[in-house]
Ligand binder design. Structure first.
Ligand code: SF4
Length: 315
C-alpha cells in the first residue's frame, strides 16, 4: 500500500535470554547460605554469555549444593553421592556442544567422590566444576568432612575432629594434566562472579573451590576471614582474575602471582588462603576431543565398522 514495502528480513527467531530464563524452582537452601550467591553468579554468567538453556546442563551428586540443578531452568542431573564428575564427563563425552556446570561439595567431591575427582581433573574435559566447601556435611546434619578443621566439634566427632583437614588446592594442583585451579569466597559477589566467569571461559576442566558459609551446620567457620580480610591473599596478575579497584580494595593483602607458574601455585596453596587464579594452562590435552571423535558418523557406517571389527574374530 502507498508503495511501502514490509521488511521481511527481520530475524524473528532471534532469542534473548534474561535471568528468568535460567531461574528454576525456588531455592530451598537456608537463609544466609552461601549457595544462594553461587546460584546467582552462575545465572548471571549464563545470561551474560546468552547460553541457550537447552544447551546448558547442571550436574550434581548429593549434598546441599547438589540441589543446584533443581534451581536452574536448564537441563540437569541430580546424581548419586560422589558421582557428579563421572556423570558430567559422560555428558561431555558425547555432547561436547553442551555447557556443563558441576555443583559438588567437600563431602561429595573430596570423600566418596575422591577417585572421580582425581581422574576427572586428569581427563581435563571442558566442564566447570564448582566445589561448595563449607567444611562440613550440611545436608546430613553436621558430620566431619575432609576439610573440617582439626578440633571442630561435629556429630561424628563430639570431642573435636582429631585430624588435620585435607587441602583440596594442593591435591588438585598435584594431579597430572591439571589445567585450571582457582579459589573464591561466597561473600564477595564480584570476585565470585569473576572467578566463575573465568572458569567458564577456560578450555578444559576448571576447578573452583568456593569457601561457602553454612550458618545452619557450621556457623562461624569463616567469621575470622570476614572480620580480618587481610588473612586472605588476593592473587593479582594481568593473566589472573581481575576485579575493579574498589572491589579489590576489600582485600588489603594482595600478592602478584603468575598463574602459568605451577610450582609457585603449589607453594601458594600451602601458604595462607589464596583467593584468585592459582594455575591455568590451556594447552593441556582434553579427553573430550577424543571421545567426541566420530559423533557425526552415520548409523550405517558404525554398523559396517562394527561388523568389520567382529569379523576379525571369525573362525
Ligand atoms: Fe546451606 Fe548449610 Fe543450610 Fe545446607 S545446611 S542449605 S549448606 S546453610
Amino acid at each position: 500500500m502507498f508503495g511501502l514495502k514490509a521488511d521481511w528480513s527481520l530475524e524473528v527467531t532471534q532469542r534473548y535470554f534474561t535471568l528468568e530464563s535460567y531461574t528454576g524452582a525456588d531455592a530451598r537452601w537456608c537463609p544466609g547460605c552461601g549457595d544462594h550467591a553461587v546460584l546467582t553468579a552462575v545465572q548471571r554468567i549464563c545470561r551474560d554469555e546468552q547460553l541457550p538453556p537447552e544447551r546448558t546442563v547442571a550436574v550434581s551428586g548429593i549434598g546441599c549444593a547438589s540441589r543446584f540443578p533443581h534451581y536452574m531452568a536448564t537441563y540437569g542431573f541430580h546424581g548419586l553421592h560422589g558421582r557428579a564428575l563421572p556423570l558430567a564427563c559422560g555428558i561431555k563425552a558425547r555432547r561436547p556442544d553442551l555447557h556443563v556446570w558441576v555443583a559438588t561439595g567437600d563431602g561429595d567431591c573430596f570423600s566418596i567422590g575422591a577417585g572421580h575427582w582425581i581422574h576427572a581433573v586428569r581427563y581435563n574435559m571442558d566442564i566447570t566444576v564448582m566445589v561448595f566447601d563449607n567444611n562440613i556435611y550440611g545436608l546430613t546434619k553436621k558430620q566431619t568432612s575432609p576439610t573440617s578443621p582439626a578440633g571442630l566439634k561435629t556429630n561424628t566427632h563430639p570431642l573435636g575432629n582429631p585430624l588435620p583437614p585435607q587441602n583440596p588446592l594442593s591435591v588438585t594442583l598435584a594431579i597430572s594434566n591439571v589445567s585450571f585451579v582457582a579459589q573464591t569466597i561466597d561473600w564477595h559477589p564480584m570476585h565470585l562472579h569473576a572467578t566463575l566467569h573465568a572458569a567458564f571461559k577456560h578450555r578444559g576442566l576448571s576447578f573452583v573451590r568456593i569457601l561457602q558459609r553454612c550458618p545452619a551446620m557450621n556457623d562461624h567457620a569463616f567469621d575470622e576471614l570476614q572480620r580480618n580480610p587481610e588473612k586472605l591473599s588476593l592473587l593479582t596478575h594481568p593473566q589472573g582474575i581481575g576485579i575493579d579497584g574498589s572491589a579489590a580494595d576489600r582485600f588489603p593483602n594482595q600478592q602478584v602471582h603468575d598463574p602459568s607458574n605451577l610450582a609457585a601455585a603449589r607453594s601458594m596453596a600451602e601458604a595462607g588462603i589464596p583467593i584468585g587464579l592459582l594455575f591455568q594452562d590451556e594447552t593441556r590435552p582434553c579427553y573430550d576431543h577424543l571421545t567426541s571423535a566420530g559423533i557425526g558418523t552415520s548409523i550405517d557406517a558404525k554398523l559396517r565398522a562394527l561388523d568389520g571389527a567382529l569379523d576379525r574374530f571369525a573362525v
